[in-house]
Design a protein around this ligand. Structure first.
Ligand code: NAD
Length: 257
């Protein structure tokens, strides 16, 4: 589905959905800059993919880091066709009246500012070429909320407004902007939340069955397939859209939290 080695930056590529997407895109002929704050892990992901991948330590909250990831894509591979603004943390958690505002700000810096910066720097190099795709990872928490994860829910809701605004601005420039909304997905983030052990992904998949009507939960590869579709020419008419990938978890009555 790639057109002669399309080029992507994937943030949060050291783990979970980002790593699975980097691998899938590379399998389909893309060249990929794998960006993550976990330097060693992201280097390993890129090394396993092979010569069509580069790794860069990037803190998405820092503008210079995000700019460097985009510049690396252009320097190493000639252009940028896809920005997958996917890095995120669950972050600040607890009752609103005792919220630690440093922790709340730190969550927003990654989950919202990081996506904003990723869109900003993708647009910087995509506009001159009048082509490109930007995809940001939101969450059902954006619309349903979640008791205690106020900062995360607010950031993920912010992504939806940001995505639509930027999609409107960039549409005349041939750039599509969409969001992907994974349901409960067996990744290290959820494993950590469910079991306190980020490596317990398989066990987490079993636990998540209770929240998905006994059916299997999503795996990172399911989300990666949807990202690859949104990034492909087959999705040329899809922009300003939120693609829910949750096996019906969000929409079907009685199948929610
Ligand atoms: P994960 O923890 O496996 O991966 C997240 C990655 O983001 C990690 O590699 C981490 O190092 C990276 N990251 C964190 N802070 C960063 C920063 N400041 N700069 C750069 N990278 C940073 O989790 P995942 O489940 O793959 O999550 C990916 C995205 O999907 C997140 O935005 C998350 O909110 C979203 N999401 C996940 C689920 C789920 O059920 N797993 C559901 C809905 C949305």
């Amino acid at each position: 589905m790639s057109r002669n080695g399309d080029v992507a930056v994937v943030t949060g590529a050291a783990s979970g959905i980002g790593a699975a997407t980097a691998r899938l895109l590379a399998d389909r002929g893309w060249r990929v800059v794998c960006a993550d704050v976990q330097a060693e892990r992201v280097e390993e992901v890129a090394w396993r993919i092979g010569p069509q991948a580069r790794a860069l330590r990037v803190d998405v909250a820092r503008e210079d880091d995000v700019a460097a990831a985009v510049d690396l894509a252009v320097e190493a591979f000639g252009r940028l066709d896809l920005m997958f603004a996917n890095a995120g943390v669950f972050g600040a958690y607890g009752p609103i009246h005792t919220a630690d505002m440093d922790a709340v700000d730190a969550t927003w810096a990654i989950d919202l500012r990081g996506v904003f910066l990723s869109m900003k720097h993708a647009a910087r190099v995509m506009r001159p070429r009048q082509s490109g795709v930007i995809i940001a990872t939101t969450s059902p928490a954006a619309v349903a909320g979640g008791v205690g994860n106020h900062a995360y829910s607010a950031a993920k809701a912010g992504i939806l407004g940001l995505m639509r605004s930027v999609a409107g601005e960039l549409r005349p420039h041939g750039i599509r902007v969409n969001a992907i909304m994974p349901g409960p997905t067996a990744t290290p983030m959820n494993a950590d939340l469910a079991t306190g052990d980020a490596t317990a992904v398989e066990r987490t998949a079993e636990l998540l069955k209770a929240r998905t009507d006994g059916k299997r939960p999503a795996f990172a590869e399911d989300i990666a397939e949807a990202v690859a579709f949104l990034a492909s020419p087959a999705a040329e008419m899809i922009t300003a859209h939120t693609l829910v990938v949750d096996g019906g978890f969000t929409a079907i009555p009685g199948d929610s939290r």
